[in-house]
Design a protein. Structure first.
Length: 207
């Protein structure tokens, strides 16, 4: 086992054992036992980076085991077998654990502790990544930094610029595939007509 692989294995083990949000949280404590959900390897060249697990993923321990996952895989043009091939696809959400829900039953934002404690160190152990799919505004803000627009709309409209940036990995922004974004998708037909064909070509080239 190489030193880089051993370091990644140690990092993943530490994340999966993390109880920071329960025992020493920044703000309100996590309302349930932690169950970090992520996938990464030393060979994956593609990363799917989204918001945080929902209730179904918290129960299953597998990312995107819901209708949003079905839509995302359709956008990417991949089968479940390809999507869950850890050797080829990393899945690293901004919050590793289901954050809980608000009074209206909507999922809370990803816990900010994850990025603070883990993200930069984790991505430093993944230098082979060539493309990050930044799904939703939280992931876009982290992976694009100051290049992200003040709104998801502005970030999405600049997708060509983000995809062509010289820094590696390249970042391709995507809206979250939740049904809550059906209205946005209807108002922005260019997403399916122009961006999705490029996304599918890029994904296929990395698998």
């Amino acid at each position: 086992m190489t030193g880089e692989v051993a370091e990644l294995d140690r990092m993943l083990a530490a994340i999966r054992a993390c109880r920071y949000c329960l025992e020493t949280p920044q703000g309100k404590r996590l309302p349930h036992e932690p169950r970090p959900v992520l996938r990464a390897s030393s060979t994956a060249r593609l990363a799917v980076c989204s918001q945080a697990p929902g209730t179904k993923v918290h129960a299953s321990g597998m990312p995107f085991t819901d209708a949003s996952g079905d839509r995302l895989r359709d956008w990417m043009g991949v089968s479940p077998q390809e999507f869950y091939d850890e050797a080829r696809v990393a899945i690293v959400p901004m919050g590793f654990c289901f954050p809980g829900q608000n009074a209206h039953g909507a999922d809370l934002p990803p816990r900010r502790e994850c990025a603070m404690l883990w993200h930069r160190k984790l991505f430093a152990t993944l230098p082979q990544l060539e493309l990050v799919l930044a799904v939703g505004s939280y992931a876009q803000s982290f992976h694009l930094g100051e290049a992200a627009g003040p709104t998801l709309q502005e970030t999405m409209l600049a997708w060509r610029k983000h995809r062509k940036r010289k820094a590696r990995p390249r970042v391709l922004p995507l809206p979250h595939p939740s049904w809550r974004n059906n209205g946005w998708l209807k108002q922005n037909p260019w997403f399916e007509e122009e961006l999705l064909p490029v996304l599918r070509r890029d994904v296929r080239a990395l698998l």
